[in-house]
Design a protein around this ligand. Structure first.
Ligand code: F6P
Length: 527
């Protein structure tokens, strides 16, 4: 049976034994902000919120996040709680307020100037600043307090997201050992040599080992994590069960490749032809072929590399002049960090130079849209384009690649995809490229503009089947099933969901003898 929202709802209801679901992520799924004196809401750019919002809509519960919009607390109650999605609320968003200094130190500093370059293989030097470390500890404690309030009075499963909260799991477990705590790490995990240069490596690892379950995108990331822990801490690594035992606590470490909800494409594409026509007319694109890139403006995404490839393509293929546009949607991101501001300047300059070299009065090869765009416009561009380029220098997964595939119900379009993304492991039918190799990249763009329809169709059909089977509900279902092994009293499963109880689960006491017998009786009775 395939994974759907309904199947995930069932898993959440049965395997979590009635425990409340609490997701913690720095980024909130909906931001309220003022525009021309009125309040509007937007969905932020970035894969995490796109992926988790449908999961929360299926499971219900509370999402605890930094309230980053200037109208966020005006629309929430006195505890920072508001129902979301704003147009048909079905779960709660609990907003945590951070001071400017704490946001500076914890988010821009520790998380995004230290952890981000530390975990990505992009030759950017991490900033190790004790003041950022202090802010990171303080904000992790502040989030722990908010989660404990949300979890008060009953069993709860806390699902922590990402590198903003490496200390949160141990803080939660210390206060409430009965909480089941899982974490998903949305970015890569580097090798041990690289991670262990961090002056606070041991504290971060200890914090993460407070988790019952720890997920990464790939087995490679899991192996790197296990090696790092092995080198840094006194612990026992069980490589058969992929678990770390430390101080009497057991953390399961497994890969769970994240994905998207393919059904959303139909929702977003309702009026794609009108939207695409409006974008074409606004930017003077005529009816030329389009190649699209959609990213936060982040130095891990390889945006300058793809622009250099456009330049190379036009050098190699003069016949393509005037024939296509490269449209880069670049949502502004982390703009308080100098490296991000410098990158925006670099992209603007490259776009300007390419247009000055090759452009004419009525044709500009590069169109850089450096502003936030809603999913409806992004999906219209996916659908209207000959190809989509994802040229990350290193990326945990990259959901733009998967979104593009879900937008192509016409089974056309070429995905040019960096080998250094998690997505490349699942989508070998993309044109796989090394983003550091300008000739290979230019050839990838050429293929996007010239691939015969039959080949596009063959590749796209296989990619769509992969994303359709390995969708976001499968990701969440697999994770919740793993988490469910730590829940003391899961409800019986529907018969078709039942899995044999592994003998090691019983031996380890994860499932008590009593509820094991109850469960077996219920299954025997056909419940
Ligand atoms: O994938 C890593 C990540 O930090 C996610 O948490 C998020 O989806 C994305 O990058 C966007 O980053 P930010 O929340 O800092 O804007």
């Amino acid at each position: 049976m395939g994974w759907s929202k309904a199947r995930l709802e069932d898993v959440a209801r049965t395997r979590l034994g009635g425990a409340k679901v609490i997701v913690v992520a720095n980024r909130e799924p909906y931001i309220h902000r003022y525009k021309n004196g009125a309040v509007e809401w937007i969905r932020p750019a970035g894969g995490l919120t796109t992926a988790l919002d449908p999961v929360m809509q299926a499971c219900g519960g509370t999402w605890v996040a930094h309230g980053s919009g200037d109208a966020d607390f005006d629309v929430a109650d006195e505890n920072g709680r508001v129902g979301v999605p704003p147009d048909h609320p079905n779960y709660t968003l609990r907003r945590v307020s951070l001071t400017k200094d704490d946001e500076e130190g914890y988010y821009y500093g520790f998380a995004n100037s230290m952890m981000w370059p530390l975990c990505h293989q992009v030759f950017a030097r991490p900033v190790f600043d004790p003041k950022h470390w202090e802010a990171y500890q303080k904000v992790n404690e502040q989030f722990a307090a908010a989660v404990l309030e949300e979890a008060a009075g009953g069993p709860a499963v806390v699902f922590v997201q990402d590198y903003h909260f490496a200390l949160l799991p141990i803080l939660l477990k210390a206060a409430r050992p009965d909480l089941v705590v899982a974490q998903f790490w949305h970015i890569p995990w580097p090798n041990a040599e690289k991670f262990l240069v961090c002056p606070w490596a041991k504290e971060l690892l200890d914090g993460m080992l407070g988790n019952d379950v720890l997920g990464f995108h790939t087995q490679y990331d899991c192996n790197n994590f296990l090696d790092t822990v092995d080198r840094a801490l006194e612990c026992r690594i069980d490589r058969e069960r992929f678990a770390v035992q430390r101080g009497g606590h057991d953390t399961t470490v497994k890969p769970f490749p994240i994905s998207v909800d393919p059904a959303l494409a139909d929702e977003y594409l309702v009026d794609w032809e009108d939207r695409a026509a409006a974008i074409r007319s606004k930017h003077n694109l005529g009816d030329r072929q389009l190649i699209v890139g959609v990213d936060r403006v982040d130095y891990t995404k390889g945006i300058p590399e793809r622009l250099r490839a456009v330049d190379r393509l036009l050098q190699k293929h003069a016949e393509l002049k005037g024939q296509f546009h490269f449209v880069q949607v670049g949502a502004p991101s982390r703009t308080s960090i100098p490296a991000y501001r410098d990158l925006t300047d670099e992209v603007n300059k490259l776009a300007h130079d390419i247009n000055a070299t090759y452009g004419t009065d009525d044709w500009k090869p590069v169109v850089f849209l450096n502003e936030h765009h809603g999913p409806e416009d992004i999906f219209a561009l996916y659908r209207a384009s000959a190809g989509c380029v994802v040229s990350s220098l290193h990326d945990g997964m990259n959901l733009v690649a998967k979104e593009f595939v879900t937008a192509r119900g016409d089974e056309r379009g070429v995905l040019v995809l960096s080998k250094f993304t998690g997505a490349a492991r699942e989508l070998p039918d993309a044109m796989l490229v090394n983003p550091f190799d300008v000739n290979e990249m230019a050839d990838g763009l050429f293929a996007a503009l010239t691939m015969p329809a039959a080949e596009q169709e063959r590749r796209m059909r296989r990619m769509r089947a992969q994303v359709s089977d390995h969708n976001i509900y499968r990701w969440a279902g697999m994770l919740l099933s793993e988490v469910g092994k730590r829940v003391p009293d899961p409800l019986p499963l529907a018969e078709e969901e039942e899995e044999p109880v592994a003998s090691e689960d019983v031996i380890e006491g994860r499932i008590t003898r009593e509820n094991f017998l109850t469960r077996m009786q219920l299954v025997g009775a056909g419940v």
